[in-house]
Design a protein around this ligand. Structure first.
Ligand SMILES: Nc1ncnc2c1ncn2[C@@H]1O[C@H](COP(=O)(O)OP(=O)(O)OP(=O)(O)O)[C@@H](O)[C@H]1O
Length: 604
């Protein structure tokens, strides 16, 4: 039996009962028609929640996938006499193929090129459908048979109502389950930036493609239902306008919220219908005035409530229950099934003093500028090594070379005896190298513990099917037990369900360390961990890092703050103008005239 938070479960059951009652009561036929369309639009908008709201990829082209689902079934059922269920399978297969191919090309685009790309393929497919003789061009295909279910023909809108809403209900459940699973967190991690996600071991291209294909499948399902509801298809309802409309629905509903898809689809459909009725009477003439007025109303709504409708509903609900401002996120499934947790395997740590990291004559040039000039150093198991230097010395560049973010111009980086330069950071994470960021990169709206669970991505295996079906409960419980253990280790155990963004900066930095620890690293790379911290926070951080060293974790620390590093590190490497000018124990380094000249002079 699937377990959700009790409030959510109750909400879902009440909603399902209300939808069922609506379909069975003798409400006017027109209401059923509206409800059917809301259901069809909801499915597409649900895909956009996953793709745009969660994954951060804007698509104007979903109508093309609706068309593929609709046309595939229309052609097979009218042309070959196939069952609509065969049409469904063929349509979804076609959608998956097309989305994989389009996704592989367009998802490489970034910034506004991606939405432009989706517009391009949406237009191409629209005109393709309109020009193919076999699809009867813009006249379209008629005489599509109804869906048969249990020997019963779903002939009327009323018959299809229950099927449409059952599919919407299953779609909602599937997306909710997915988002609360390992592959779902990988998609959510995309919002934190690709460098962050990859550093946690998330294969970002795969995560993007998964969101893209699943969103397309939801759109294709909507198209199949549409074809057998209308019993006719032509290209007109699948144009770019429709693609923009779907995106509007998702945004108006609250683009990051699963239930927002339904709220947006309902609001936009009902508003358009109401205005279509009202405006000609008010203005005394007919025309598409509802498009103009609803456009203006939507701008107003988005200006008043940029997060969309659903967050407003949530706030109102929380206020009614007197839980406004609790700042706590819902318990993820992994925490609700605690009892199932099993310890995750740990990697063997190297013996104290064994070489962990070897940087050999690393060089990085940017055009004519030599940012890192043949720098070499070693780091041994169980030590904290500090990399310091004045502004522009090349520390961050060095950090990026070691962490796999930047390729070297020349030289080598070895990790645990293996050459790793040129390898992506995802692979370094798999090998046991975890990092934090100078400018904290968390998912601020996610709970603290889910952020940490992203760090444990590589310690699980279950994919999206297991996520959707909740067949991943043991693994989820184990990942969350690990995440909780790492939070306890860094002293944030009580903050597990708080929104990550509500923590103070010092705690956010410590949360990043917990996320890095969740990948069971051999080496922690910390990029200016003390930046922006208050004195007490720095002391707490230093105590934490000493504790980790005592537990055998090796640490490479890039830092600006001299006082912070002096009392903490075992050895220092000092850089200036891209060159290593000195290396040794903190006291010796402090006395070194080259260091005083380059860096300490200004501080002492
Ligand atoms: N992507 C880049 N393109 C061109 N030049 C760069 C790039 N990244 C860094 N640099 C240059 O390389 C030099 C070293 O920069 P880097 O950021 O590594 O120094 P840093 O020691 O980390 O400085 P800070 O403490 O200010 O962060 C600087 O002159 C910088 O302007």
């Amino acid at each position: 039996m699937m377990r959700m938070p009790r409030g959510d479960r109750l909400g879902l059951v009440l909603w399902a009962l209300a939808m069922l009652a609506f379909g069975l009561l003798p409400v006017p036929e027109f209401w059923i028609t509206l409800a059917n369309y809301i259901g069809l639009y909801s499915l597409v908008a649900l895909g956009l929640v996953l793709l745009t709201g969660v994954g951060g990829m804007t698509s104007f082209g979903q109508a093309a996938f609706v068309a593929l689902g609709a046309y595939a079934s229309a052609v097979l059922t009218t042309g070959c006499g196939a069952s609509p269920w065969v049409g469904l399978l063929a349509g979804l297969a076609l959608v998956v193929l097309a989305a994989t191919a389009l996704g592989a090309i367009t998802l490489r685009l970034s910034g506004h090129y991606l939405p432009l790309g989706t517009i391009a393929w949406s237009l191409s497919l629209f005109y393709l459908f309109g020009n193919l003789e076999t699809l009867r061009k813009f006249d379209g295909i008629t005489g599509i048979p109804p869906i048969m279910l249990g020997g019963f023909e779903l002939e009327s809108g009323r018959h299809l109502y229950l099927l449409i809403w059952a599919i919407v209900g299953l779609g909602v459940l599937a997306v909710l389950n997915l988002l609360d699973s390992r592959p779902g967190r990988a998609i959510r991690a995309l919002r934190g930036g690709l460098v962050m996600a990859e550093s946690c071991g998330v294969p970002t291209t795969r995560a993007k493609l998964l969101a893209f294909v699943l969103a397309a499948v939801l759109a294709g399902l909507s198209g199949w239902l549409y074809a057998h509801l209308q019993r006719a298809v032509n290209p007109t309802p699948f144009g770019l306008n429709a693609g923009i409309g779907y995106l509007f629905m998702a945004v108006v509903g609250g683009v990051g919220h699963v239930w927002g898809a339904l709220a947006g689809a309902a609001l936009m459909t009902l508003l358009a219908d109401w205005l279509q009725e009202l405006l000609p009477r008010l203005l005394g003439q007919s025309g598409n005035f509802e498009v103009i007025v609803s456009g203006a109303l939507l701008i107003l709504l988005l200006q008043r409530a940029p997060g969309g409708l659903w967050p407003m509903v949530q706030r109102a609900g929380a206020a009614l229950r007197g839980r406004l401002g609790s700042g706590e996120r819902a318990q993820p499934a992994g925490l609700r099934n605690k009892a199932l947790a099993q310890p995750l395997p740990r990697r063997a740590q190297p013996a104290p003093g064994a070489p962990v990291l070897q940087v050999k004559a690393a060089r990085k040039t940017f055009g004519g500028l030599v940012a890192v000039n043949d720098v070499s150093f070693d780091l041994h198991a169980g030590e904290i090594l500090g990399l310091i230097g004045p502004n522009g010395a090349g520390k961050s560049t060095m950090f990026n070379l070691v962490s796999g973010v930047l390729p070297l111009t020349a030289g080598e980086v070895h990790f645990l005896g293996r050459r790793v330069d040129g390898r992506p950071s995802r692979e370094l994470a798999r090998a046991g190298l975890a990092r934090t960021f100078q400018h904290v990169r968390l998912l601020p709206q996610m709970s603290v513990i889910e952020n940490v669970a992203i760090g444990a991505h590589l310690r699980g295996q279950r994919g999206w099917v297991a996520g959707v079906l909740r067949a991943n409960r043991v693994e989820e419980a184990s990942l969350f037990a690990e995440a909780q253990a790492q939070l306890e280790r860094v002293g944030l155990g009580d903050a597990a369900l708080r929104e990550a963004g509500s923590l103070a900066l010092g705690q956010q930095r410590i949360l990043e360390i917990a996320r890095a620890l969740a990948c069971d690293p051999v080496l922690l790379l910390l990029d200016e961990p003390a930046a922006g911290l208050r004195h007490q926070e720095k002391q707490a951080l230093a105590t934490l890092l000493r504790g980790l060293r005592a537990q055998g974790v090796s640490i490479l620390l890039v830092e600006h703050d001299m006082d912070f590093v002096m009392g903490l590190v075992d050895r220092l490497v000092v850089m200036d103008f891209g060159t290593r000018i000195c290396e040794g124990q903190p006291e010796a380094v402090r006395q070194d005239p080259r260091v005083i000249e380059a860096y300490l002079g200004g501080v002492e």
